[in-house]
Design a protein around this ligand. Sequence first.
Ligand code: NAD
Length: 497
Amino acid sequence: MRQIQHWIGGVSTSGVSSRVGPVFNPATGVQTAEVVLASVSDVDHAVVTALEAFETWRRAPIAQRQSVMFSFRELVNARRREVAELLTAEHGKTVDDALGEVQRGLEVVEFACNIGHLLKGDYSEQVSTGVDTYTLRQPLGVVVGITPFNFPAMVPLWMYPLAIATGNTLILKPSEKDPSVSQLFAEMLSEAGLPDGVFNVVHGDREAVDALITHPGVAAVSFVGSTPIARHIYETGTRNGKRVQALGGAKNHMIALPDADIDLAADAAVSAGFGSAGERCMAISAMLTVGDAGDRIIEGIRSRMDKLTVGPGDRPGVEMGPLITRDHLERVTGYIAAGVDQGAVLVADGRDLVVDGHENGFFLGPTLFDRVGTDMSIYTDEIFGPVLSSVRMEHFDEAIALINANPYGNGTAIFTNDGGAARKFASEIQVGMVGVNVPIPVPLSYYSFGGWKDSIFGSHAIYGPEGVHFYTRQKVVISRWSDPIHRGVDLGFPTHG
Ligand code: NAD
């Protein structure tokens, strides 16, 4: 059985722990590899290695850090299809979807290539006689990245290009469900000229995570995953003196107003509801239809769902792959059963789907509920599967109030041709990322990504300008180089007057 190992100090190692976890191909249900699961001493070895590397890397010229990012970008770009196929084999998403994931991750590498500009400080000359003031942005030290299964390439890329380019060293703890791509990227970073110990990968579960977020040698933690774990990471990390950004789960709503382009809205609901089998933190899972938009959009969605092709992600023409594990498949089908029991109208049921030749794969077809009540678990919970719930509303204001009352606030979208309604929505909605006739509003790398409320803990969004701020701290230098004026002792507070 192939073994996926840690990458510490530029070396592949199984560490000292004897624990391993299974890695499956979700399309076949067959275990394809085992991943080593780190112990506390494996984590300590990684932190000590990253601390040693930090002493040199923090002094590395910006030109060297940029050069590594440019080379890494070229290497990933040249092998993007191989990367995408690896993602499909462990995550299950289609190869096209995986290529999109690689592309969106590379955008952050491209942003990090620009680190020279991003680290520029301020300078004020002659704030007092012979006195100048300037600012520096300096790295924090050893940074940890802990990432979810659903974007095994892109979400880590939200973290390490900027963490490294700003002069930190990093330990990545990727999801144990689809860990191979992190190994491949570690090798590519090394090939790109990154010194050993600057980027490290430690595989594992709760034991590794808790050791990382409490280790005295770790300065900061970037986390992306579900809300309960994000809250745990934030509370434990900050209690242990770390800077923490922890992005959590989501329940993203889309509103369709009666004046919307119904074809555009139905296309968007199907794409954003069922893309990547609904395993996206920006997936649309609640459709709020206002007034007579309801019947028209439900019909538009249903007719499009009939034409979706579900199957193994590496088969040409397939649009939706399997779920990540059998446990997750059972969890999602449990929600569908609960929706039926609680009285929602099941318009399309994905549970009967059988994919020929892949009977043991973790497949579930796209599922649509109408007339969902806001107290039903299919509405209240993040399902993270291909299940779309439609809630009928009389008025636009009711829809806004419902979204604002939701504990999550990651993404949302409105479909309308009324500019005033769209403007009111963008202004009043309590959500971090807002789409106007755009179903999945994921910002480009020169903006930052982050939700509100229980979708994020900590004050920094991820990547973009906020990413640079998260991975650095500012220093202000006030210096006097001037004619040798000696004013003598003055115990008054300096006013620069
Ligand atoms: P998860 O929270 O189960 O796991 C995320 C990471 O935490 C993994 O590396 C995992 O090993 C680790 N982990 C799991 N349980 C732990 C525990 N008890 N203690 C310490 N560490 C633990 O999330 P997942 O199932 O891998 O990913 C899906 C979730 O991630 C969804 O909720 C989704 O919305 C969320 N997500 C959010 C964003 C965002 O940007 N807000 C992006 C992608 C995914």
